[in-house]
Write a protein that binds this ligand. Structure first.
Ligand SMILES: Nc1ncnc2c1ncn2[C@@H]1O[C@H](COP(=O)(O)OP(=O)(O)OP(=O)(O)O)[C@@H](O)[C@H]1O
Ligand SMILES: [Mg+2]
Length: 213
C-alpha cells in the first residue's frame, strides 16, 4: 500500500505588496517535503507567450476591456500548457494569481462590468476552479509601504489608493461568495506567523487529498 495525494490547484491572491510572492516558495517547499509533486507558476505569465503578454499588461496603457481580454488570453494559454496537463498527470499546481485577480483588478479596481468577467471565466475555464485560494489581506498603507521599500513600481502598483481599496473590496466580496475555497490570511502578521497558519491549512488539504492505493 502506498499513500498518494490527489492533484490540487492552489492560488495566491491579494493586492500588490500583500505578500503572495513571499509565501509561494514556502508553500512549494512545504508540500514537496511531504511528497507532493508540484508546478509553481504565476499570472499573468506562466508560459512563453504569457510572459510576453505580462510585459504588455504591466507596462502599456490600454482600454480596460483590452486589459481583461489579454489577462484571459494569458490565462487560456497557461491552462492549456501548464495547469491542465499538470493536474492530469496528478501533480499539484500553485499559481501566484488566477481569475480572482481579474475580478479584483479589472472588475473592482477599474470598474469593468462583472457580468462580462463572469462570461470570460465561463468561456475560458468552465470546469476549472482552484481547490484552495489564499487571500493575503492587508490595509493599503501597509502594502504600499512594503512595495515602496523594494523596487520600481509597474503600471498597477502606481495606481492610487481608491483603486486598491476597490480591488481589495472585490477580493473580499469573492472570498465571501466562495467561502469553501477561500482562506483569508491577515497579512499584517509576521512572515513567521503567517507560515504557521499556512502550514496548518496545507495540512488539512493534504489530509483531504490523501488516497491509499
Ligand atoms: N508579513 C510580512 N511582514 C513584513 N514584510 C512583508 C510581509 N509579507 C511580505 N513582506 C514584504 O513586502 C514586500 C512585498 O511582498 P511580496 O512581493 O510578497 O508581495 P506580492 O503580493 O507578491 O506583491 P505583487 O503583487 O506586487 O507581486 C516584500 O519586500 C516582502 O518581503
Ligand atoms: Mg508578487
Amino acid at each position: 500500500m502506498t499513500q498518494q495525494h490527489q492533484a490540487r490547484f492552489i492560488t495566491f491572491e491579494g493586492i500588490d505588496g500583500a505578500g503572495k510572492s513571499t509565501h509561494i516558495g514556502f508553500v512549494a517547499d512545504y508540500l514537496r517535503q511531504r511528497g507532493v509533486t508540484l508546478v509553481s507558476s504565476r499570472e499573468p505569465g506562466g508560459t512563453r507567450l504569457g510572459e510576453k503578454l505580462r510585459e504588455l499588461l504591466l507596462h502599456e496603457k490600454m482600454h480596460l476591456e483590452t486589459e481583461a481580454l489579454l489577462m484571459f488570453a494569458s490565462r487560456r494559454e497557461h491552462i492549456a500548457q501548464v495547469i491542465a496537463p499538470a493536474l492530469e498527470r496528478g501533480e499539484w499546481v500553485i499559481s501566484d494569481r488566477f481569475t480572482d485577480a481579474s475580478f479584483a483588478y479589472q472588475g473592482g479596481g477599474r470598474g469593468m462590468d462583472l457580468r462580462k468577467m463572469e462570461q470570460l471565466e465561463a468561456w475560458v475555464h468552465p470546469h476549472l476552479q482552484p481547490d484552495l485560494t489564499f487571500l493575503f489581506d492587508v490595509p493599503l498603507e501597509v502594502a504600499r509601504a512594503r512595495l515602496d521599500a523594494t523596487r520600481a513600481l509597474d503600471k498597477f502598483e502606481q495606481e492610487q489608493a481608491d483603486f486598491f481599496a476597490a480591488t481589495r473590496n472585490e477580493y473580499l466580496r469573492r472570498a465571501a461568495q466562495f467561502p469553501q475555497r477561500f482562506r483569508i490570511i491577515d497579512s499584517t502578521q509576521s512572515i513567521a506567523d503567517i507560515q504557521v497558519q499556512l502550514a496548518k491549512l496545507l495540512d488539512v488539504l493534504l489530509a483531504q487529498s490523501t488516497v491509499t492505493r
